[in-house]
Design a protein around this ligand. Structure first.
Ligand code: SAM
Length: 285
């Protein structure tokens, strides 16, 4: 069964009376080159693959071939009969129906992947919740090796930007704290049925054993970074002082201690510089 073939997919969906829903980000892949590449870069035969949003099962089938086992979480119950049919010949694939944002993923990984050497998350993510899903996966400190996912091209560029460059945002810093991020390849909009309004890219986040920076308080660091990137035209002193209620004097002191000008902006700072300012303030505020 070649689910990446437009006619095959159409035929199956039609015979099960299934229509895609835009509100659930249901753009199904119909480019045969994409899923094998994603599955191979995320997994090997010892890997437990966790997929979010299997849709009709096109990536699930490739993951079943590349990994030891695949567990896919799908929100839309209407896909039950479709997936029962498309995964019937894949004994090592299981679908759980529910919301990936609400399921206990640590428990699920322990239960389903105990005999796997590593776990990878691999998915063509629903675009309406790309960043929340990625941040949830990283912040919950799941015992995973990598997150290999398709996202909107613009989001890919932001997530994988160099911290300290114009393209970076608060989410870039957060991702960089937990993982090494890279864009693997681009995927154009016509690789999907129906085609979305934007092009996409597959990114790979390889989780770090340990962050590159040391923080006094992770919570404070992340609120500081959010504030520092919130208003790009303003200096860090102005934007952070007003949103976090920290004195401008303390902020200027922290910048001076890191050998930075008091007109510095969040987007121009490296991970080490951001950590040094946040730690200086966390120690004194
Ligand atoms: N993997 C399929 C493919 O590549 O053709 C489908 C990808 S489609 C972009 C996203 C899928 O995520 C849809 O099947 C949608 O129903 C599902 N989805 C949306 N929100 C979800 C959530 N919160 N939890 C789990 N699945 C979700």
């Amino acid at each position: 069964m070649n689910l990446a073939d437009y006619n095959t997919l159409q035929k199956i969906l039609k015979s099960e009376g299934f229509n895609t829903k835009k509100s659930l980000g249901q753009n199904f892949l119909v480019n045969p080159d994409v899923c094998p590449k994603m599955a191979k870069s995320a997994c090997d035969k010892q890997t437990g693959a966790l997929e979010i949003g299997p849709g009709a099962g096109v990536l699930t089938r490739e993951l079943a071939d590349a990994a030891k086992r695949v567990v896919a979480i799908e929100l839309d119950n209407r896909l039950k009969p479709v997936l029962a049919r498309t995964l019937a010949d894949k004994d090592n694939a299981e679908v759980i129906f529910g919301d990936a944002m609400k399921i206990d993923l640590i428990g699920l990984i322990k239960e389903k992947f105990a005999d796997c050497s590593r776990v990878a998350v691999c998915a063509n993510l629903p675009y309406y919740i790309t960043s929340p899903i990625i941040m949830m996966l990283l912040e919950s400190r799941l015992p995973i090796d990598n997150v290999t996912v398709m996202v909107q091209k613009e989001a890919a560029e932001r997530l994988c930007a160099t911290v300290g460059s114009r393209e970076a945002g608060a989410v870039t810093v957060a991702v960089n704290y937990f993982a090494k991020a890279e864009i693997l390849f681009d995927v154009d909009r016509y690789s999907f049925m129906p085609p979305p309004n934007v092009d996409s890219a597959v990114i790979k986040l390889t989780l770090r054993d340990k962050p590159e920076i040391e923080l006094l308080s992770e919570n404070f660091f992340f609120s500081f970074v959010k504030a520092a990137f919130a208003q790009r035209r303003k200096t860090l002193v102005n934007t952070v002082s007003s949103s976090l209620n920290i004195s401008k004097e303390l902020l200027r002191e922290a910048l001076a201690a890191a050998n930075l000008s008091e007109t510095a902006r969040g987007e121009s700072l490296t991970m080490t510089q951001l950590a040094s300012i946040a730690n200086y303030i966390a120690e004194r505020k």
